[in-house]
Every structure is written in structure tokens, then in C-alpha cells.
Design a protein around this ligand. Structure first.
Ligand code: NI
Length: 170
């Protein structure tokens, strides 16, 4: 099932998500499958549950866009246990379509999380994968990439989006 992706302006995107407890359940497995399907159909490299209206600490990431099964990551109740270096590069978000800005993130990140069965997994990422892990973890805390921009840039984008909402084009 492909979900409709929630866009900026919906309060679910700025709400801290709840930890997952139903590990191993058919519902959780199906939901994660549907998140991948939704992410691939939107051509994203990461997706967080609040982006489909579910306020739970679940993200999926695949920087290969479905090309390499080894790059398919399910990260539930994730935390970043190590960050190193910095990288600055263009970042976008499926919930803020049409806007991309430079964001500075750690160049390397180690994420510890659970898989659908509740087993602990650890993912070491650099460059795009590290960026995606930091971006998706932010989502679970109700934080959007706009928060990492200067107030001036952030307000400019917010005003543009408000106009689009008014015009019924968002
Ligand atoms: Ni995003």
C-alpha cells in the first residue's frame, strides 16, 4: 500500500513520536513494507513514520533507491551513538517538495536501532547515508530540515509555502 505523504503544515510533522513496542507483529511488518513502497514510489532515500501520519519512532532508509538490498535499512526506536566530522550539502524532504537547501550535518554517523523483530541493529553511515540517518531521526523528534537553516531562509520558505497553501497548490 502506498501512503499519501504528509506535507509541511500538518502538526504531525512537528510532534515528537512515540517509541514502538509491538515488535514482531504482522501490523508492524506490513507497515514497514508499506513505508518502503511509499518511499520508492516517491523516489526518496529515507522516510519517517510521521510523514505518513503515524507518530511512531520508525524510519526506513535506502540510499540506493531500491537498487541494492544491502542498502535497505529499517531503523526503529533509533538513536545516534556517534557523530564525526561535518558535511555541507543540499538537502530536501518529501514533506517539503520543491525546496532544497544546504544543510550542515555530521559526515559520519553510527545509528543503533531495532529491526521489526526487536533485534538491535547498528548502521555505520558516511556522506549521504549519514545525512539521511540524521534527517530521519530529526523527523522522529518533530524537527524538519528547515530548523537547520538561517532564520532568514527559513522564513522565506515558510512564506512561500503559506502562499502555496492559500492558492490550494500545496
Ligand atoms: Ni524529510
Amino acid at each position: 500500500m502506498i501512503y499519501k505523504i504528509v506535507k509541511y503544515g500538518d502538526p504531525v510533522l512537528e510532534t515528537k513520536c512515540e517509541p514502538v513496542t509491538n515488535f514482531g507483529s504482522p501490523e508492524l511488518k506490513q507497515f514497514v513494507e508499506d513505508m518502503f513502497e511509499t518511499m520508492y514510489s516517491a523516489k526518496g532515500v529515507g522516510l519517517a513514520a510521521p510523514q505518513v501520519g503515524v507518530s511512531e519512532r520508525i524510519t526506513v532508509i535506502d540510499t540506493s533507491l531500491g537498487e541494492d538490498p544491502a542498502e535497505k535499512h529499517v531503523l526503529i526506536n533509533p538513536e545516534i551513538v556517534l557523530k564525526e566530522g561535518t558535511q555541507t550539502g543540499e538537502e530536501g524532504c518529501l514533506s517539503i517538495p520543491g525546496f532544497r537547501e544546504d544543510v550542515t550535518r555530521a559526515q559520519k554517523a553510527v545509528m543503533r536501532a531495532r529491526n521489526v523483530d526487536g533485534e538491535t541493529v547498528e548502521v555505520v553511515g558516511e556522506d549521504l547515508l549519514a545525512r539521511a540517518m540524521q534527517h530521519e531521526l530529526d523527523h522522529l523528534n518533530g524537527v524538519l530540515f528547515l530548523s537547520h537553516l538561517s532564520p532568514l531562509k527559513r522564513d522565506l520558505i515558510r512564506r512561500k509555502i503559506k502562499k502555496l497553501i492559500k492558492a490550494g497548490e500545496w
